[in-house]
Design a protein around this ligand. Structure first.
Ligand code: NDP
Ligand code: DGY
Length: 327
């Protein structure tokens, strides 16, 4: 048996076949797969990674010191089927010289599209409307029934004008958005394309009719959208989050929505995931919650799977990764 054939890889979930085919065809590694659509239990994860040279994981797998210790010194690469990497203990991974692959760009269009869909569904109250048709609440056409808010002439504020934030802005502008505000760590030259105005967070929050969160989850953005944040929003404004649930203080969001401090919220991401069915946010008509489906198109998930597999193989062979996270 050659040295190459004994490379051990643990795959934490059943992934789209595009990626599995690449891994199998490469014939480089001994693949051990948690062959399920459900997350690998923690104990199985710790067992599965023992001695692994590579881990292919998902955003729902917390790769922390315990997992790294369980894997041991062989571990060369972690390849995640996601662009977000807040589930990875980056400092510890870096310290150990382990490389990380992720999936930027390939999911940008799908996620931006979903964000626009969520924004429109929330602002124009689509889930409520569908429900009323089904439950007999639709009695006749009424001038003030199920009215919402439109994008035409509005001010949109994007928190985090990165790859996805910019793609969202590009898609929203043709709806007649009057001003496009954004905030982040520094102004972005590419904002010119959407006539984006770089403003302080407070300005964005208080002047926007739609606040769209598309930043990454970091210690700085954790809990960013809290009571103070919502108290600065207009009563007629809509809050949309497709980044990570932990950017939002959900108790404060519930309060803002139920007290009429803000008009509505659309969330593709929550804490925890799944959100318990008895969660207070799910009792509100003005809160639309989706099950983290931003990148969920067949083709996007297929390409993500391919990229994740190719990142993993490059990490195992010490070659250039198609998408390596710069740490
Ligand atoms: P990028 O790295 O391109 O963009 C992240 C943005 O976050 C950057 O513009 C960055 O600004 C900004 N940011 C970082 N810190 C702050 C801060 N303190 N305040 C404001 N902005 C900040 O990543 P992507 O656009 O590709 O992805 C963004 C996130 O979207 C992912 O990290 C992931 O969590 C989420 N996501 C969710 C999906 C879903 O299914 N709902 C699908 C895909 C991604 P700067 O450049 O100035 O540092
Ligand atoms: C990511 O990639 O970070 C998303 O949350 C899922 O595609």
């Amino acid at each position: 048996m050659s040295a190459q054939q004994i490379l051990k890889v643990f795959v934490t979930r059943r992934i789209p076949q595009e990626g599995m085919k690449i891994l199998q065809k490469a014939g480089l590694c001994n693949l051990s797969v948690w062959d399920s659509d459900e997350p690998v239990p923690r104990a199985e994860l710790l067992k599965g990674v023992a001695g692994a040279h590579g881990i292919l994981c998902l955003l729902s797998d917390k790769i922390d010191t315990e997992v790294l210790d369980a894997a041991g010194p062989n571990l060369k690469v972690i390849s995640t089927l996601s662009v977000g990497f807040d589930h990875l203990a980056i400092d510890e991974i870096k310290k150990r010289g382990i490389r990380v692959g992720y999936t930027p760009d390939v999911l940008t269009d799908a996620t931006a599209e979903l964000t626009v869909a969520l924004l429109l569904a929330t602002a124009r109250r689509l889930p409520e409307g569908v429900e009323e048709v089904k439950n007999g609440g639709w009695s006749t056409w009424k001038p003030l029934w199920l009215c919402g808010y439109g994008l035409s002439g509005s001010t949109v504020g994007v928190i985090g004008l990165g790859r996805i934030g910019l793609a969202i802005a590009r898609r929203l502008k043709p709806f007649g958005v009057k001003r496009l505000l954004y905030t982040g760590r520094q102004p972005k030259p590419q904002a010119q394309e959407v006539d984006g105005e770089y403003v302080p967070l407070d300005t964005l929050v208080s002047e926007s009719d739609f606040v769209v969160v598309s930043c990454s989850l970091t210690p700085d953005t954790q809990g960013l959208c809290d009571k103070t944040f919502f108290s600065k929003m207009k009563k007629t404004s809509i809050f949309i989050n497709t980044s990570r649930g932990a950017v939002v203080n959900q108790e404060d969001l519930f309060e803002a929505l139920s007290s009429g401090q803000i008009a509505a919220a659309g969330l593709d991401v929550t804490t925890p995931e799944p959100l318990p069915t008895a969660h207070p946010l799910l009792t509100l008509k003005n809160c639309v919650v989706l099950p983290h489906i931003g990148s969920a198109t067949y083709s996007t998930r297929g390409v993500m799977s391919e990229l994740t597999a190719n990142n993993l193989l490059a990490g195992l062979t010490g070659s250039e990764m198609p998408s390596e996270l710069k740490m």
